[in-house]
Write a new protein. Structure first.
Ligand code: BG6
Length: 514
């Protein structure tokens, strides 16, 4: 990772005892620390209402690092050094005392270090606390220097267009837009960031990136996991709010956007919002024609028995919440007219696979007898990071026989180092004041505008079209039916068994380092 110059900082995490802090934020900060990406002068204040002392709290955080850090179990000495920078501040988010205590701590740190660096306030809290915390930060004047002080807000950002607008206005009255970092962790994923480089640093692809050459595009985020212990949140959310409104629409924007004026936050966000504004907004009838929703029934995922969604903890036994969505989106712009974008996401699916598949049109003039498979460009975001191009080639031998072949670039073959996690990249960006990979308020509202007709149609017709799918499959049959009229099928990246790192990878790494 290129070294960024990061200022001294105090990092406050609201929701210190939460899962996000434990599984993602602290492991990410620990890795930034051991890789020397943080300033030497920093402190992490962790705020939550449970009574726990610093030592016990740090021990609990260490269990999270040991379990979830990409670098494996923490090094004892490095963890001890890092943990000295963590203070637990006990307090109720609704009470003024909490912010008095936080302010004292932050000011003492700054006084002791004789700095006034960046102040980052991370809202890893349930949505109902966002306004109250934002308000308290303003009253306490804790977040008032717009060049240095920032808040980071996690999704869900609102539950519909109205609530998102209301929240945006609430925050806009208290902070400048440039102080507000709406985080979508998909934007921090290595391969997602690479899509911009792939598209706009290579002249070979961009001229083909339009309706003259592209037949259709599929964006698929298949998850192997169930809703697990998050049934309470998920049952009032569903896959459309949880995944499509944010992660998948962000991917759509990155794939479909025009080349921005520059690689800088406002230009990129402007290019993305142009895409959202061009997405066709469906009426109710069009929703039922173009969007499929499903819910998982019992089944087996990866050899493991899974219960039905309706039997999950904190889920209503007659719930109609969708755990799967497949939809056809249209972008009404000269570049994309007539090119369908098929988006799909679901839980408890056959296996984890996040891919973008760009299918090109057939060759206009056929000179061979064999059937020709159209070219496909496949960008695999996870679990493998990979870019592949399927093309037709001649089978070696005496006859002109064609078969599809693949050119493949696998990150793990070229780069030995484990890649930074999305949260590492994004936290560092916030500390650095770099907003390129964060959503702007208007983008969030437009994304809600796109999905609102679906939410409304389903609310009015709660049972209509909800299809059950067996856990461990690729979703309900109706998702396949969605593609049939267009003579298309869902693309599934072939499962590649894990391999040990081959020799040439080490060489490529050396070359890259010189
Ligand atoms: C979160 C959703 O935003 O993204 C989860 O709330 C989902 O339901 C997760 O599982 C997927 O993220 P990733 O990085 O595991 O693909």
């Amino acid at each position: 990772m290129a070294q960024k110059k990061v200022l001294p900082a105090s990092i406050t995490i609201f929701g210190a005892k939460g899962d996000l802090t434990w599984r993602k934020l602290i492991p990410a900060l620990y890795n930034l620390y051991i890789d020397h990406h943080l300033s030497q002068t920093f402190h992490i204040f962790c705020v939550d209402f449970l009574a726990v002392d610093d030592a016990a709290y740090r021990d609990w955080l260490l269990t999270g690092v040991n379990e979830f850090s990409r670098t494996g179990r923490a090094d004892a000495q490095k963890w001890t050094e890092f943990a000295r920078h963590i203070t637990y501040v006990q307090g109720d988010f609704m009470k003024k005392d909490t912010y008095d205590a936080l302010k004292k701590n932050v000011q003492k740190f700054e006084k002791d270090e004789n700095i006034r660096g960046v102040r980052m306030f991370y809202f890893a809290v349930a949505p109902r606390f966002i306004e109250v915390i934002a308000d308290a930060l303003c009253i306490q004047k804790l977040c008032n220097r717009d060049n240095l002080d920032r808040i980071v807000v996690e999704k869900p950002f609102g539950t519909d267009l109205d609530s998102a607008r209301k929240l945006n206005r609430y925050l806009a009255k208290r902070f400048k837009e440039k102080q507000i970092y709406h985080i979508d962790h998909y934007l921090g994923k290595e391969m997602v960031q690479n899509i911009l480089a792939f598209r706009f640093a290579n002249h070979v692809f961009e001229p083909l990136w339009n309706n003259e050459y592209i037949d259709h595009i599929q964006i698929s985020v298949a998850e192997e996991v169930s809703v697990g212990k998050r049934g309470g949140y998920y049952d009032s959310s569903g896959a459309l709010r949880d995944m499509i409104q944010n992660h998948l629409l962000q991917l759509l924007c990155i794939v479909a956007m025009d080349c921005p004026k520059a690689y800088e936050a406002e230009a990129i966000r402007d290019a993305k919002i142009k895409v959202l504004k061009s997405v066709r907004i469906y009426n109710t009838e069009q929703v039922f024609k173009n969007v499929v929703r499903g819910q998982y029934a019992a089944g087996v995922v990866n050899g493991q028995a899974r219960k039905a969604y309706r039997e999950e903890e904190q889920v209503k036994p007659d719930s109609n919440t969708e755990t799967f969505v497949a939809a056809r989106f249209l972008i009404e712009s000269p570049r994309w007219k007539g090119v369908p974008f098929f988006l799909r996401t679901g839980k408890n699916m056959e296996r984890q696979s996040t891919t973008i598949m760009i299918q090109f049109k057939e060759t206009p003039h056929k000179i061979f007898k064999d059937d020709i498979t159209p070219n496909k460009l496949i960008i695999s975001i996870q679990p493998e990071l990979e870019i592949g191009l399927l093309f037709e080639g001649k089978v070696p031998g005496l006859h002109m026989k064609l078969l599809p072949m693949e050119m493949d670039f696998m990150y793990k073959d070229a780069y030995i180092e484990s890649l930074p996690e999305a949260y590492e990249a994004l936290l560092l960006d916030v500390l650095d004041g770099e907003a390129t990979q964060f959503m702007r308020a208007d983008q969030i509202e437009w994304a809600w505008k796109v999905v609102m007709p679906m939410l409304d149609a389903w609310k009015k017709n709660p049972k209509k079209q909800l299809q059950f799918y067996e856990s461990g499959t690729w979703g309900p049959a109706s998702a396949n039916a969605l593609l049939k009229p267009f003579a298309k099928e869902w693309f599934h990246l072939a499962h590649k068994p894990a391999t040990t790192l081959p020799e040439p990878a080490a060489k490529a790494q050396q070359v890259a380092a010189t």
